[in-house]
Each structure stands twice: as structure tokens, then as C-alpha cells.
Design a binder for this molecule. Structure first.
Ligand SMILES: Cc1cc2nc3c(=O)[nH]c(=O)nc-3n(C[C@H](O)[C@H](O)[C@H](O)COP(=O)(O)O)c2cc1C
Length: 299
């Protein structure tokens, strides 16, 4: 594998074929079941049991695997695939592909580099890593090990000082990322400050994230301003998000315009949201647009 790889992820496969033609085989198996077998051979039995075992008799784990296997990817024919974009925004975090690392605690049980290795790998492809409360490495060390978005899974400890320390350190990490010019860092700082009621601080953080091209931040800024009654500011933010192609921005703009009676402009905004790739939002926008229909008697 090359030292640095990232989107488009499909190039991976082409590269494996090309190297294969030159007689070079991948260093690791590609089928996940073979990869799991290789991991079992490499791990010590305790580490393996911790990772591979399910609760009780592992029945629920097996049922989940079987259910997952029943999912199918619908092939699309005759589409232009010369430039593909797998990127999604999840809870405001922009990801190059719809994949993230779930929180997994005590990772040094399987490798001395533990969570730092996972952070390096996730960072190399720009995917989000959820850092577990049960990490064997400190939040600061994990943050330093790899770029890329980080989420924090908090098991709320009974010790309130420890909980406060977790939250303060997560905030400090967002601030550092923000100071380095990272859009996700500024966005997450905004979410945190907003949840604490610091509207001015949150607004400024969202503005910084928006200035760095984070469309969801502009949308969040709009929602926050609207909630506090600043309708003109909210509208401006939604319009900016909408212009940047953010379907949430278009949808929220539609609601705001509908609320003040600009029905035809609201309809246009809903239509833009409807045409976005986001299926849930498209559904909401479609029903909202249908609701705009005037009654025959009233026309
Ligand atoms: C070894 C291991 C450790 C885990 N540690 C945590 C944890 O610390 N915090 C947490 O919220 N979930 C933890 N989980 C749960 C996973 O994040 C995930 O939700 C779960 O494995 C279901 O996803 P899956 O079906 O892809 O395995 C852990 C799972 C495994 C297998």
C-alpha cells in the first residue's frame, strides 16, 4: 500500500490489481474473515477473546452478523462514475466516506500502540474516530497521534470531577484544532458552547467553521439565531448554507420563508433540499412542498 492514501477509495482496488500484475501480493488478506483469522493468530488469547467474544453465548452478535449479511448493495447501471463522491456529513462532521470507527476501549490489550494506532489509521484516510471513555491512552495522546475528526464517547462517571475533566479536555482539544484552522474543530467547539448557552462564543466558532467551508456550521448558526429570535441573521445564514449546496440550509430556509408567507420562494428552497442526496431530508422537503399547495377554492 502507498504511504498516503485517501479518496477516491475505489482506487485501492485498481492499485491492488495493478500491483498483482507486477507479481506483488497485498501484505494482508482482503477478505474480512481471513483478516480476522490472521488477527487471531497474531493476538494473544486474552486479547482475542476480549475483542472477538460477544455477551453471554454470543447469540446476539451472531444474529447481528446474519442480519448484516442480508443487506445488499443495489447496483446502478449506466451512471457516470468517472468522478465519485462518497462524502457525507454526520452530526456536522464532514467525512470522506460513510464509515467511522466505533468506540472500542482498552485497545492496548491487542497492540502496544492501542488507540494511537487507530488514530493514525483513521487520520490517514480522514475518517472519524470515536474515542472511548475506556481508552488506555490519554485523550491528548490520541489527539496528537492522528489528524482527522474525533468524537468522544462519554460513559458518565459517578465521580463528577472526573466527568468535568473529560469534558474540559475534549473542549481543549476542539480549541486546539480550531486554533490550527480546522473546520471540524471549530464546529464541534460551537456545538459544545451552544449546549452551554454561550451564544456569542458558539456563533463566533460557527462563523470560523463556516469561513473554512463547513456548510453544516452555517446551518447550525442559522438554527441557533432563529431559536433566539434573530430572524434576519438566521435567514442570511441559511441562504449562505443553501448557496454552498447544504440541503439542511435549503430546508431551513424553506421553513423560515414559509413561516413569513413567501410561499413561492419557500417552494424553490424546498425543491433544492428535495433534490439533495439526503433521502430523509428529501422526504421532509417533498411533504413540506406538497403542503404549500393552495386550495382550488382559495386560488
Ligand atoms: C472489543 C470491544 C470494545 C468496545 N468498547 C466500547 C466502549 O468502550 N464504549 C462503547 O460505547 N462501545 C464499545 N464497544 C461497542 C462498539 O462501539 C459497537 O457499538 C459494537 O461493537 C457494535 O458494532 P459492531 O456490530 O460493528 O461490532 C466495544 C465493542 C467491542 C467489540
Amino acid at each position: 500500500m502507498p504511504a498516503a492514501y485517501g479518496p477516491p477509495f475505489a482506487s485501492y482496488q485498481g492499485e491492488i490489481f495493478l500491483r498483482g500484475l507486477a507479481g506483488e501480493r497485498p501484505g494482508q488478506p482482503l477478505a474480512w474473515s481471513e483478516l480476522a483469522q490472521a488477527a487471531q493468530r497474531a493476538a494473544d488469547p486474552q486479547g482475542w477473546d476480549y475483542v472477538a467474544g460477544g455477551a453471554g453465548t454470543s447469540d446476539t452478535m451472531r444474529a447481528n452478523e446474519e442480519a448484516f449479511r442480508r443487506w445488499r448493495i443495489v447496483p446502478r447501471m449506466l451512471r457516470d462514475v468517472s468522478s465519485r463522491d462518497l462524502s457525507v456529513t454526520v452530526l456536522g462532521t464532514e467525512c470522506p466516506a460513510p464509515v467511522g470507527l466505533a468506540p472500542v476501549g482498552v485497545q492496548t490489550v491487542v497492540h502496544d500502540d492501542g488507540e494511537q494506532a487507530s488514530a493514525r489509521a483513521a487520520g490517514a484516510v480522514g475518517l472519524p474516530m470515536t474515542v472511548s471513555t475506556m481508552s488506555t491512552t490519554t485523550l491528548e495522546e490520541i489527539a496528537a497521534a492522528g489528524d482527522g475528526p474525533k468524537w468522544f464517547q462519554l460513559y458518565w462517571p459517578t465521580d463528577r470531577d472526573l466527568a468535568a475533566s473529560f469534558l474540559a479536555r475534549a473542549e481543549a482539544a476542539y480549541r486546539r484544532a480550531d486554533e490550527c484552522g480546522d473546520a471540524n474543530g471549530a464546529f464541534n467547539l460551537g456545538v459544545l458552547l451552544e449546549s452551554r448557552g454561550d451564544i456569542a462564543g458558539a456563533g463566533a466558532a460557527y462563523q470560523r467553521a463556516a469561513g473554512r467551508g463547513h456548510a453544516a456550521a452555517t446551518s447550525n448558526l442559522g438554527v441557533m439565531l432563529e431559536e433566539h429570535g434573530y430572524l434576519a441573521g438566521a435567514e442570511a445564514a441559511y441562504r449562505r448554507a443553501d448557496e454552498a449546496g447544504d440541503a439542511n440550509g435549503a430546508f431551513n430556509l424553506g421553513i423560515l420563508l414559509e413561516g413569513r408567507g413567501d410561499l413561492s420562494e419557500a417552494e424553490q428552497a424546498y425543491r433544492r433540499a428535495e433534490e439533495s442526496g439526503d433521502a430523509t431530508l428529501a422526504n421532509l422537503a417533498r411533504s413540506a412542498r406538497l403542503d404549500l399547495a393552495r386550495s382550488a377554492v382559495g386560488v
